[in-house]
Structure formats: C-alpha cells, structure tokens
Design a binder for this molecule. Structure first.
Ligand SMILES: [Zn+2]
Length: 193
C-alpha cells in the first residue's frame, strides 16, 4: 500500500481520481479534458484514515443522541409514553450512556486532530478540547441529577431541563466548529505542472 499511484484533478470542481479512469467528471459532469495531473500531499494511509470519518461519525451520532435526550426529557413533561413505549425508561438509558458517548467523541477527536492537522493545539482544536471536557462534566452532572430526581419534583426537573439544554447547545456548537474545519481537512495537494 506504500506505492503512490497517479492521480488527476478536475479543474472545475476539484474532484480527484486515479489516472486511467477516463470519461466525464463523475462529480460535476464536465468532459475529461478538464482533468490535470495531481499530487496528494497527505500519504495514502493518512488519507485512508481520514476518509473513514471516524470522528465525524462519532460526533454526529453524539449530537443527535443529545438532541433526542433533550426532546425525550421535554416530551416527558407532557406525556408518559410514545406509541405505547414508556419514555422514562428510554430517557434513563440515554442519560446513562451520554458521558460514554462524549468520551468516544473526544477520543476519536484527539486521534483525528493528530492525524489531520499533525497537532492538536490550534485555536479551534483547543477550544473543542476544552468544550468537550465541559460537555463531559455537564453530562455527568446531568446523570447525577437525573438519578437523584425523585420523579416529579419541580426544582429537579427545572435544573435537569437547564442542564440538558446546556448539553445540547455545547454539543451543537462543537459540531459547528467541526463544520468550520471541513475545508481545511488536510492540505489537499497540488496540481502538477
Ligand atoms: Zn468536476
């Protein structure tokens, strides 16, 4: 797998493919005369890892999970079950596993950052690490409050509602920074002259 193959890039849309495929650009549809030789900057192994999107997959799942937890929490204020399924049990499970998911998002983020940017102390990555740690603490506090909650105590519900909303906003903001980092994924490469 160490042998670098030859690549070409579509000058119109930036799609990169192996030389020899021929035909129109599968991404934007222009004729193959738009393709010019291209050299990747990142190694094959590094590109392959990043293409797996381990961290994006882990965090998208975690953000959705946090949003669903918040939705279930607020739904429970009005109804006890959805389609005959008791909400309380699902919410208990969701909140129990949330810290674990946040850890998985953080671990994959550290690996991803190290491979993608070669360092994890850039301003955005530092911000993500700090916010990720805060989110983890928030999720643990949420778990404690949720476990202590005797049921329908208004004060507990209010605190839990605030904490679960904070968790959702931090998770969303982390996702927003992640989206900002999409284009500088890896210095892509250069057109060969
Ligand atoms: Zn194209």
């Amino acid at each position: 797998m160490t042998k670098e193959r030859k690549y070409e890039i579509c000058r119109v849309c930036g799609y990169v493919r192996l030389v020899g495929k021929g035909g129109r650009c599968p991404a934007c549809g222009v004729r193959d005369t738009a393709f010019v030789p291209f050299q990747h900057k990142a190694s094959f192994n590094r590109r392959t890892f990043l293409k797996l999107d381990v961290h994006p997959v882990a965090v998208h799942f975690t953000i959705t999970y946090t949003a669903v937890s918040a939705l279930l929490f607020f739904a429970l204020l009005f109804v006890d079950e959805l389609l005959g399924v008791p909400i309380q049990g699902i919410l208990d499970l969701q909140i129990t596993f949330l810290p674990l998911l946040i850890v998985s998002g953080g671990m994959t983020g550290l690996i991803d950052g190290k491979i993608r940017f070669r360092k994890i102390k850039t301003p955005y990555l530092l911000r993500k690490i700090i916010l990720g740690c805060i989110l983890f603490v928030v999720s643990v506090i949420l778990l404690i409050i949720h476990t202590l909650n005797p049921g329908d105590d208004t004060m507990f519900l209010l605190i839990e509602g605030i904490i679960i909303s904070i968790a959702f906003f931090i998770a969303s903001y982390l996702g927003w920074i992640g989206a900002e980092l999409i284009s500088p994924i890896v210095p892509m490469g250069k057109i060969e002259s």
